[in-house]
Design a protein around this ligand. Structure first.
Ligand SMILES: Nc1ncnc2c1ncn2[C@@H]1O[C@H](COP(=O)(O)OP(=O)(O)OP(=O)(O)O)[C@@H](O)[C@H]1O
Ligand SMILES: [Mg+2]
Length: 254
């Protein structure tokens, strides 16, 4: 079987400006004079992994380890500095809260906007509109601008729109963590339904319990490096051990 996603020796380099400039004007003056130095920083460093159709793939690692960057290269938001990503299917990306939404528009308008971004026709969205509203439980807030929504409410709406069709691949980056436990349960249930219909899911979560409950495969990123990948429990066992060790106070006189 062919992988649905192949990440092949992918590196992602960001340039970080080294000097601090007091104003944008100073910054451009320095830029004109060639006076800005950049530090190269690798958010991903030669990462390779294959995700097979039907995998429920977990991504774990500390803050800043490169999880969201990896998802963005998979979703095509970033082009890797080197290496190659191959995706064989449609993606519903839930990566950044509020991406694909316009905060000044109402929830009703945003359902159409976001649905269009995901490639649905207005007619199709209209036919599924009630279902989206039911799932998100935001019936009373349909005509409220999104800027007045809580982050959990935005996440509900995003999840409801993205999962209304069966994408080949669903990417969920911590989007569930802002929902309350009832909504998390509902999302887990819907993800399981999508899975049984053949959707491949990639889930980022800081809850190792959630990863162990949902995923069959896990990759662990550490400072942009793939530290370990494989069967869920093999990876999470080691990660838990690492967390414990890292959280331990330094030994005296050692
Ligand atoms: N557009 C960017 N420009 C510069 N640096 C970036 C950019 N995007 C991400 N980074 C850096 O890349 C590193 C990895 O970030 P990333 O968001 O992928 O981490 P993460 O594993 O998703 O962390 P978290 O658990 O906090 O969500 C961080 O050091 C971050 O500052
Ligand atoms: Mg992230």
């Amino acid at each position: 079987m062919e992988p649905i996603i192949s990440v092949d020796h992918v590196s992602m380099r960001f340039n970080l400006a080294k000097e601090k400039h007091e104003s944008l004007k100073e910054y451009f003056v320095a830029l004109l004079h060639g006076g800005i130095r950049f530090d190269e920083f690798y958010a991903l460093n030669d990462v390779s992994l294959d995700i097979m159709p039907g995998d429920f793939y977990g991504l774990i690692g500390l803050n800043g380890s490169g999880k969201s960057t990896l998802l963005k290269t998979i979703a095509g938001v970033y082009k890797p500095s080197s290496g190659k990503v191959t995706v064989r299917g449609t993606i519903a990306p839930l990566i950044e809260l509020g991406a694909g939404f316009d905060m000044d528009l109402t929830a009703r308008e945003n359902i159409y906007l976001n649905g269009t971004v995901l490639g649905y026709t207005p007619k199709y969205i209209a036919s599924r509109f009630d279902e989206i509203v039911d799932f998100s439980e935001l019936k009373d807030f349909l005509d409220v601008p999104l800027k007045n929504f809580s982050s959990g409410m935005v996440a509900r709406l995003a999840f409801a729109v993205a999962t209304i069709t069966k994408p080949d691949i669903l990417i969920a980056d911590e989007i569930l963590s802002v929902g309350d436990f009832l909504f998390q349960q509902k999302c887990e249930k819907r993800m399981a339904e999508l899975m049984s219909g053949g959707t491949t899911v990639i889930l980022v979560s800081h809850s190792i319990e959630q990863i162990e409950r949902m995923c069959n495969k896990v990759a662990w990123l550490d400072h942009g490096n793939l530290r370990r990948q494989g069967e869920t429990l093999d990876v999470t066992r080691e990660y838990r051990h690492f967390e414990k060790k890292d959280a331990m106070p330094a030994k005296k006189g050692g």
